[in-house]
Design a protein. Sequence first.
Length: 149
Amino acid sequence: MHVTTDARQADAVARDVRRLQGRWRQTYHEADGVAEPGEDYGSGLQTQFIGDRFVVTGADGRVVLEGTFTLDPTRMPKAIDWTDSVGADAGKTLAAIYTLQDDRLVFCAADAGDPRPTEMKTRPGRTLRVHQRVAPTVSTSIETCTDAQ
């Protein structure tokens, strides 16, 4: 059986999209070369992935970012594009790279319109975020990303 490059890429995309599904808690943030610079959206951020969509909520449950993503895990480094539909970058696509290992997601994104980063390192115009899995997704719709009280 001969498997085409397109089929291998589609399989790799499907595999990483599946692995992203669920809720993730941000554990580290670096922007413009500064570690933990303070967060425009507050602390306690969580991201939930459902299909090709993402929703970021603050500790108070308020949606601070929302949008879609596409990825290409066959590139080195792996590539992900975030397209925000809510927030300051609504309608813009941010080119990024990512690693996804077990329950840890790390990505480094460029500002909208800037070239995709080539390493997990920030400088002016780059943001790095580290996430830890909170829970896998079992539903098919976006839910509030706060823990039940």
